[in-house]
Design a protein. Sequence first.
Length: 82
Amino acid sequence: MQPAGQRLVVYVAPGCHLCEVALDVIESVRRERRFELEVIDITGNEELERAYRIDLPVGEIDGERVFRYEVTPADLRERLGR
């Protein structure tokens, strides 16, 4: 059983193909599991650009980095199961 109140934050940028693919994977998993999702566009935010630009997309669950570049449904399900 997944913990209540899990929150996945995904850092993205417009035109990022890997970001689009990751968001598709995330949405497919959301159809079967409940969790909060926040998608943050890093464009124009110097701090976020420095922290995430070369690793996009980046996903964090409850503050812990769980993926960068890509995520599979199985990996995301496993991370949500913790």
